[in-house]
Design a protein around this ligand. Structure first.
Ligand code: NAP
Length: 343
């Protein structure tokens, strides 16, 4: 790491205090807190403005909104509040970060290059693919990863939902608004979804759960899905289900393409942060689903964005005070196991 004290060779761009990468709940909350610390943060949205929450129809478990509200409504509120205090929002996509020099460099798809003292990564996650034949071919032609976006096109039709988690349950319930029949295909004999969603699934007359069932191929005709080949995970028996649409909710993958070789990732591709949301590079913090593989809630991402911005603020105060930063040292501190915990 070389410190250029704000004068990076090869770039005359002014040095930002904080660049936030990503516009989900973690990103906008980091913007709000950094702005209120007078840091005039720059938030670069990424291509999926608002992140996963923006494709959520109804949010019932974000505190403060007992009547619930839609994902896009919540994103607009997050943005308005962050901008009110001075967050600058750029609709652009970060394609490269340079972290072995300080200030760091952030380069975007539109050709902009920024220098910045700190970075808060909140790039989130995206839906995991099923990776079966026919999936790619029929995406947008009956295969979907977003009931909120595409449910409307299945009015009066038959649809399948693949997965057994909260997303599968929630989206299956949403699809009953339009579809005449919704069958959930789950690979085990128990749903992973929360109890409240399970109860709603089991009492909804339009929903049927097919247990121990995986999709092995999605088939179609004339550019539209007509059915899926299935396999029973217990007996191995193969089958076929006729349907008009396949909605896939089998988990998420962290959006980590910018980081290999630069920031430390775990075996699943999440950034490894400590309790102060520090990554292994001093001055780079991370919040939300890019570093959280446990909770993944709007409420937890918001808290993490807040924490990351407070840590970035402290880091900038140290820089400002002229404290020496050891750029070669990993700043993270991990709790030691408690006595007896190893027994
Ligand atoms: P998830 O909890 O990881 O569940 C993924 C589901 O897909 C699991 O049931 C899993 O089966 C199944 N699955 C994975 N790979 C599969 C494959 N190749 N073939 C067939 N099935 C496969 O993911 P999620 O439902 O997207 O939820 C992600 C996180 O967001 C969770 O923490 C969840 O609580 C949260 N979330 C919360 C809400 C809410 O609070 N309202 C709404 C949506 C999401 P197994 O069960 O056998 O592993």
């Amino acid at each position: 790491m070389t410190s250029t004290n704000g004068h990076n060779a090869g770039s005359q761009a002014p040095v930002e205090n904080v660049i936030i990468i990503g516009s989900g709940p973690a990103g906008f909350t980091a913007g709000l807190y950094a702005a209120r610390a007078n840091l005039s943060p720059l938030l670069i949205t990424g291509n999926d403005y608002g992140g996963q929450v923006s494709i959520t129809y109804d949010i019932e478990n974000y505190p403060g909104f007992p009547e619930s509200l839609s994902g896009p409504e919540l994103v607009e509120k997050f943005k308005a509040q962050a901008e009110k205090f001075g967050t600058r929002v750029e609709f652009d996509y970060v394609k490269e970060i340079v972290v072995d020099q300080h200030p760091f460099l952030v380069r975007t798809e539109s050709g902009a290059e920024y220098r910045t003292r700190t970075i808060i990564v909140s790039t989130g996650a995206r839906p995991r693919y099923l990776e079966v034949p026919g999936e790619k071919e029929f995406t947008g032609k009956g295969v979907s990863y977003c009931a909120t976006c595409d449910g409307f096109f299945f009015r009066g039709k038959d649809v399948l939902v693949v997965g057994g988690g909260d997303s599968a349950a929630e989206e299956a319930l949403f699809l009953t608004r339009y579809a005449s029949r919704v069958r959930i295909l789950h690979r085990r004999d128990k749903l992973r979804a929360s109890k409240i969603l399970q109860d709603r699934v089991f009492t909804n007359e339009k929903i049927e759960v097919l247990w121990n069932t995986v999709v092995t191929e999605i088939v179609g005709k004339n550019g539209a899905v007509t059915g899926v080949k299935t396999q029973d995970t217990v007996t191995g028996e193969e089958g076929f289900l006729t349907t008009d649409g396949v909605f896939i909710f089998v988990g998420h993958l962290p959006n980590n393409e910018l980081f290999p070789g630069k920031l430390e990732l775990d075996e699943d591709g999440h950034l490894i942060t400590d309790r102060k949301y520090r990554t292994n590079v001093p001055g780079i913090f991370a919040a939300g689903e890019i570093q959280d593989k446990v909770f993944k809630q709007v409420a937890t991402s918001v808290g993490q964005g807040c924490g990351a911005a407070m840590s970035a603020t402290r880091f900038l105060e140290e820089l400002e005070a002229g404290h020496a930063i050891d750029w070669s040292a990993d700043p993270r501190e991990f709790a030691l196991p408690r006595v007896g915990a190893l027994a």
